[in-house]
Design a protein around this ligand. Structure first.
Ligand SMILES: [Zn+2]
Length: 253
């Protein structure tokens, strides 16, 4: 059994996989294969880091300052309304950070799920094998509630496409190969998804959101209600360049 088959058989981890006839052979492979052991260790570490990072993220400073200002001004209000205002403001101080986390964590976990999906389909396991952009776009037409655009990413080769369901959302996945490395381009309806879960970056004067872990990079942007996310283990600068090309093309549609 090779690495790709073993990883697939015991995805997402040796202790959380669905048992099948392949499981025993896959576990034997992983025990003897340092690459696969490192792969599952980094997966576990990634999940831990992300959850820790999401939990430690404070509410933005501006928001805190605004609330502190509101409390101060309402404290000056005389009469019986004053206590009510303070109680309401205090409630906001307690609840807003919780709302902030509630919005960020699902988005961070969603981008993590995209990365896991990229790793799961490193061999470009397509439902539609095609390098024809128009054919792929029309294949998605009755599958998603947004128009999928297959951008030409410079000299990257287009291999095919797949419809994924991740954390309750549909994601259109197009497989590319650049300099021999797999690149996934996901497109997702932006509803309930916050790019602020990633780090903001500027490429050619336009915002691109990025994250990376253990050699895999994410570069994402939004265009007309659709979030585009590129994932690869290419050099991050190279991936950001591809994201910038994809953005320029998406704007042209
Ligand atoms: Zn292996």
């Amino acid at each position: 059994m090779n690495c790709s088959a073993a990883r697939k058989a015991i995805y997402p981890s040796p202790d959380r996989c669905v048992l099948s006839v392949e499981t025993g052979k896959a576990l034997d492979h992983v025990r003897q294969c340092p690459d696969c052991r490192r792969y599952f260790e980094s997966q576990a570490e990634w999940s831990r880091l992300l959850r820790a990072k999401a939990g430690a993220e404070p509410a933005p400073d501006q928001l805190r300052e605004r609330i502190a200002g509101e409390i101060e001004s309402h404290q000056r209000i005389e009469g019986p309304r004053r206590l009510g205002w303070i109680a309401a403001a205090a409630l906001i101080v307690v609840c807003l950070p919780a709302l902030w986390f509630a919005r960020r964590i699902p988005s961070q976990l969603f981008f993590l799920a995209l990365c896991e999906d990229h790793i799961k389909y490193l061999s470009a396991d397509s439902q539609l094998r095609s390098s024809d952009r128009a054919e792929i776009e029309s294949w998605f037409r009755d599958k998603t509630d947004f128009g999928v655009r297959v951008a030409a990413l410079g000299t990257a080769e287009i291999l095919g496409s797949r419809l994924c369901f991740l954390r309750g959302k549909k994601a259109a996945l197009v497989f590319y190969r650049q300099q021999g490395r797999p690149v996934s381009l996901f497109q997702i309806n932006r509803r309930d998804l916050s790019l602020a879960a990633l780090d903001r970056w500027e490429v050619d004067g336009a915002a691109v959101w990025r994250a990376s872990f253990k050699g895999y990079s994410v570069a994402a942007f939004e265009q007309r209600g659709v979030v585009y996310a590129l994932i690869s283990d290419l050099r991050e600068s190279e991936l950001l360049r591809l994201a910038s090309a994809a953005r320029a093309e998406a704007q042209g549609y």
